[in-house]
Design a protein. Structure first.
Length: 537
C-alpha cells in the first residue's frame, strides 16, 4: 500500500505545479502559508472580492457594471419580484407610481417622422399657451426634429425638464400656415391612474383604475364627483392593473368596508404581522359593488378584490387574477440606484396567500400561455384547487388561494374574432396609426358631432372608411385573407371607431364605444341586486 502511494504522489504534485505555472507568481504570494484572509462572514466576502479585484487584477477593470449585474442575479434568484434598479432606470420605474413628472404636458405620436400632438393635457403648460390637438412640433430650440428619424425617447428627452424652465418649440398648424414659435414654461404634469369615469346607466357608475399610484385615491374621489350623486352601484374595472402601492389599495378598500373589517395583513420571516382594518369612515359602505378583473390584475388589485370578496362585500367578475402576493420595500443607495426586496407576503381577510408558485422549474413569465393552452381562460371547469387552498368567508362561501383571486362569475376570453390579421394590426400599432391619421384629417367634421356620446351615436365605420383602413394596412405590408376579414370584421369596426373616438375625445370617447360590446362589463351591468344577495349566501 505504501509503495502505491509513493508512485502516485509525484503525479499529483506535478498537477499542482502545472497549475502554479498557469497562475503565475501570485500563487507564491498567497500560498497556504500566506492565504488571503477574509475576516467576518459570507456577507463581507463579496465586498472584499471586489476590492481585491480592483487592487490586484492583471488589467484595469470597471467593476461597477459587474457588481450591478451580480446584485441583480442575486436578487432575482430569491423571487421574481426582488430586483435591482440602476440610477438611470429608477426615475422611469418610479414615475408612474409617483403620479407626476415635469414637462410641457402633451400626448404625442410620431407620424411620418413628425411629432404630432394627439392632445394637450388639460390645464397643462401646452394647453395654457394654445397648443392644440393636431399641431406638428417641427423644431425645438430652433433645431429641426422633423424628418430626421426622431424617436419617442428623443422627444421626451427634448421636451421634459425641470419645472419652471422654458423651451421654445416651432409649431405647424394646418397645411398652409407658417411656422409659429411658442415658448412653453414646463410644469408638473400628472400621470393619471384613472383614465375614465362614466355614468354606465341611471343607477350605475363605472371607474377604470390602471394602477395604484400615490395619487389614485384622490383621483378616485374626483371620479365619483364626475359620475355624480344618486348612483346605487359602482363598477370598478381593474383589468390589466398590475398593482402599485399597498397603502393605496387599503385606502380604496376602506371606502367600502365597515369599521373593524379586515382588509389585509402582511407577514414575513423578518417582519412581524401587520394588520390593516377598515376605519369605518368610508362613504361607500352601502353601495352595490362589482369589480372586473382578469389574468393581468395583480398585487394591489388583488388586495382590493380579496378584501371585497372575503368580506362578502361585492362581486368579482372576470377571470382568475395574476397571483402576486409578495410585498416589496425599496431600499435606495447613495448613487440613487435602489433595490426592491420582497420583505413579506400579504394575506386576504380569509387567510389566503394568493402568490402563485415560482422557482427554477416554473415558467413564471409564461403563465398566460400556460393558462390559455390549459383551457383556463376558456372554461372555469379547467381550474382545480387542492383542498389546502380552500378557504371560507365569514358567511360560509368558499374562496381559493395559491395563485390569484378566483372570480365569483367567470367570463371566458372571447376568441371568436381572433385572427392573425387582427393580432398584427393591433400589436404593430397599425390600427392606432390609422385611427390617428383618419381623425387628424377629418378633425373638424368629427368634432362637429359633439361630445363622446354624440360621436358614438353619429359616427359609423362604413365601407369607405374600412377600405381606407385596408389600403393603409397594405402600405405597411399587412394584408388579410378573406377568412380573416370574415372572422374579424365586426371587431375591427369596433376598434376603429373606438380608436378614432380616443383621438377626438380621449379615453372617455374610447370607452363610450368599446364597453358596449365588452362581455365582462355587460355582465356587470346585468348583475342585479337579487344576484348580489344570492351570491353572498
Amino acid at each position: 500500500m505504501n509503495n502505491k502511494l509513493q508512485i502516485f504522489y509525484p503525479l499529483i504534485l506535478v498537477g499542482v505545479l502545472a497549475g502554479g505555472i498557469f497562475l503565475g507568481m501570485s500563487l507564491a504570494d498567497n500560498s497556504p502559508a500566506n492565504p488571503i484572509i477574509f475576516k467576518g462572514n459570507d456577507r463581507d466576502k463579496f465586498a472584499k472580492v471586489v476590492r481585491y479585484v480592483e487592487q490586484e487584477y492583471v488589467d484595469s477593470v470597471n467593476t461597477g457594471p459587474l457588481v450591478e449585474e451580480a446584485i441583480q442575479d442575486f436578487l432575482q434568484s430569491l423571487d421574481p419580484h426582488s430586483y435591482y434598479i440602476s440610477a438611470e432606470e429608477r426615475a422611469a420605474y418610479s414615475e408612474p407610481l409617483e403620479g407626476n413628472f415635469d414637462g410641457i404636458g402633451v400626448e404625442f405620436r410620431i407620424v411620418k417622422d413628425t411629432v404630432v400632438v394627439v392632445n394637450p393635457i388639460t390645464g397643462g403648460p401646452s394647453e395654457k399657451v394654445g397648443i392644440l390637438a393636431g399641431d406638428r412640433i417641427v423644431t425645438v430650440e430652433d433645431s429641426l426634429i422633423a424628418g430626421v428619424g426622431i424617436t419617442n425617447r428623443d422627444v421626451m428627452d427634448l421636451l421634459r425638464g425641470k419645472k419652471d424652465t422654458k423651451v421654445k418649440v416651432g409649431i405647424l398648424r394646418g397645411k398652409n400656415e407658417d411656422l409659429q414659435s411658442v415658448i412653453i414654461t414646463r410644469g408638473e404634469i400628472p400621470i393619471v391612474s384613472i383614465p375614465v369615469a362614466l355614468k354606465a346607466d341611471d343607477r350605475t357608475g363605472y371607474i377604470r383604475i390602471t394602477r395604484f399610484a400615490r395619487n389614485t385615491f384622490e383621483e378616485f374621489k374626483q371620479a365619483l364627483n364626475e359620475i355624480g350623486p344618486g348612483k346605487e352601484r359602482l363598477i370598478i374595472d381593474l383589468r390589466g392593473n398590475g398593482g402599485g402601492y399597498l397603502q393605496t389599495a387599503i385606502a380604496l378598500a376602506d371606502e367600502f368596508l365597515k369599521e373593524g373589517e379586515l382588509i389585509v395583513y402582511t407577514e414575513g420571516e423578518n417582519q412581524e404581522r401587520r394588520t390593516y382594518e377598515a376605519s369605518g369612515r368610508g362613504k361607500l359602505q352601502d353601495i352595490e359593488l362589482i369589480i372586473l378583473q382578469n389574468e393581468g390584475s395583480a398585487s394591489a388589485s388583488e388586495i382590493l378584490a380579496g378584501a371585497i370578496q372575503d368580506n362578502d362585500r361585492g362581486v368579482i367578475i372576470g377571470r382568475r387574477s395574476f397571483g402576486k402576493g409578495l410585498v416589496q420595500d425599496e431600499i435606495p443607495f447613495r448613487d440613487n440606484s435602489a433595490m426592491r426586496l420582497t420583505i413579506a407576503r400579504y394575506y386576504t381577510p380569509a387567510g389566503r396567500c394568493i402568490q402563485r408558485p415560482y422557482g427554477e422549474d416554473v415558467d413564471y413569465e409564461g403563465d398566460y400561455s400556460d393558462r390559455l393552452q390549459g383551457g383556463e381562460l376558456l372554461s372555469a371547469d379547467s381550474i382545480s384547487f387542492p383542498d389546502s387552498l380552500r378557504f371560507t368567508t365569514k358567511t360560509g362561501r368558499t374562496v381559493y388561494g395559491g395563485g390569484g383571486i378566483m372570480p365569483d362569475m367567470f367570463i371566458p376570453v372571447d376568441t371568436t374574432a381572433n385572427s392573425e390579421f387582427l393580432s398584427e394590426v393591433l400589436y404593430s400599432g397599425a390600427l392606432n396609426r390609422f385611427c390617428f391619421q383618419y381623425a387628424d384629417e377629418h378633425r373638424t367634421s368629427l368634432t362637429d358631432l359633439g361630445d363622446a356620446r354624440g360621436f358614438d351615436s353619429g359616427f359609423q365605420v362604413n365601407e369607405m372608411i374600412f377600405q381606407e383602413f385596408l389600403a393603409f394596412c397594405a402600405e405597411e405590408d399587412i394584408e388579410p385573407t378573406a377568412d380573416e376579414l370574415s372572422r374579424s370584421r365586426e371587431e375591427l369596426d369596433r376598434r376603429i371607431a373606438a380608436g378614432i373616438a380616443r383621438v377626438i375625445h380621449g379615453e372617455s370617447g374610447y370607452f363610450q364605444i368599446f364597453l358596449k360590446d365588452d362581455k365582462e362589463y355587460q355582465a356587470a351591468l346585468g348583475y342585479g341586486s337579487d344576484a348580489l344577495i344570492s351570491q353572498k349566501q
